[in-house]
Design a protein around this ligand. Sequence first.
Ligand code: E4P
Length: 226
Amino acid sequence: MKFLIDHADMEQIKRIYAIYPVDGVTTNPSILAAGTKQPYEALREIRAFIGADADLHVQAVANTVAGICADADRIRAEVGEQTYIKVPATTVGLAAMKKLKKKGARITATAIYAPLQAFLAAKAGADFVAPYVNRMDNLGVNGIQMTKTMQDILDKNRLKTQILAASFKNSQQVLELCEYGIGAATIAPDVIDGLIRNDCVEQAVCAFVKDFESLCGKGVTMKDAH
Ligand code: E4P
């Protein structure tokens, strides 16, 4: 499963990259709006930091087919042709995906709340489909189960499209999709940090150090021990 950061703040992206095995970054218009930089300034910085080969997903904002295609052209010119263009899986979005596919663009179908949206986006040429796990949960729909159903539909129809699950609010949601072997997950920094946070682990590590120091002296590690 690819592991991406759903954020646009460079400090957070650098911090997360320094710790975790990250494959790339996703943004959406709301995430960009939460920052202080203009969109392309923020996106160029992200691309420069993560490198040309890392996955970057950037959303088109226009709501016509021609507009989405024009947004995609600009995004690809500014931050690289390899950038995944996020297109909402609406009727307009599906029409735009078919056109973008013919131009060789990489596509991530986004705002996915139902399996048939994912199926149609995959048929329209999307490389990834992005179900919103927690937003489905908030509607009283089981987001994990829906995402697994989408994976089954893609597999059974021999579609190469992968799932990029999004909108996570807790570790359990990530774990269940990790167990199912979906293609990718994009997760906000606070939820990423929660994936490994555990007081028992901290206590175990502290106890090892304390025991060792009782033998060798305070601050002594294996480098200095006799
Ligand atoms: C991804 O494609 C979405 O833009 C994003 O993950 C939505 O997350 P949210 O529900 O936390 O806003």
